[in-house]
Design a protein around this ligand. Structure first.
Ligand SMILES: [Fe+2]
Ligand SMILES: [Fe+2]
Length: 185
């Protein structure tokens, strides 16, 4: 009798939670890269604000970038936990400059709306495949995207309202601190 252990991902025990489908795994890996691109985009915005002499704005973007890294890691960990294989694709280069601080925040909002659409596509695929574990996992992101859009809209409103008086917002944005998210429950 052959008792050699199966290679990772080659075999799985039939149970309540089956292995990720090829399709789902590919889509989750794609979202992992999309989250890392988000981090890259916000870090590029941080660099833009640092160069513009707005370190408070840069701080807000750095914290945003850190959060996106943790989003990426959630996908990384989830694919691993499901006995899947993490495959990292290339990360596109982000833009290097924006016409104004307001334009940068317009871009944040547009980007977050785009990511919401990507999460919705994943939710749809998980439902089609009747993959309950992935559906449950994605619920955290559904809620997170509501907050992400709300927070981008909030800052954008303030930046537009401040007009040329951006210095007034500096202190507020400088106060944002990165809080490592609680472990997924
Ligand atoms: Fe994200
Ligand atoms: Fe985000």
């Amino acid at each position: 009798m052959n008792v050699s252990p199966p290679g990772k991902g080659e075999i799985h025990v039939e149970g309540l939670i089956s292995m990720l489908s090829e399709n789902m795994q590919k889509a989750l890996n794609g979202q992992l890269v999309a989250e890392l691109y988000s981090a890259y985009l916000y870090l590029a915005m941080a660099a833009y604000f640092d160069a513009a002499g707005l370190p408070g704005f840069a701080n807000w973007m750095r914290v945003q970038a850190q959060e996106e890294l943790t989003h990426g890691m959630r996908f990384y960990n989830f694919v691993n936990e499901r006995d899947g294989r993490v495959v990292l694709g290339p990360i596109e280069g982000p833009p290097t400059g924006w016409d104004s601080p307001a334009a940068a925040f317009e871009h944040v909002l547009a980007h977050e709306r785009k990511v919401t659409g990507l999460i919705q596509e994943l939710v749809k695929l998980a439902a089609e495949e009747m993959d309950r574990a992935t559906s449950d996992f994605l619920q955290w992101f559904v809620k997170e995207q509501v907050e992400e859009e709300e927070s981008a809209e909030g800052v954008l409103r303030k930046v537009k309202g401040a007009g040329a008086e951006l210095a007034a917002l500096e202190g507020e944005l400088a106060a944002r601190v990165f809080k490592p998210p609680a472990a997924p429950s």
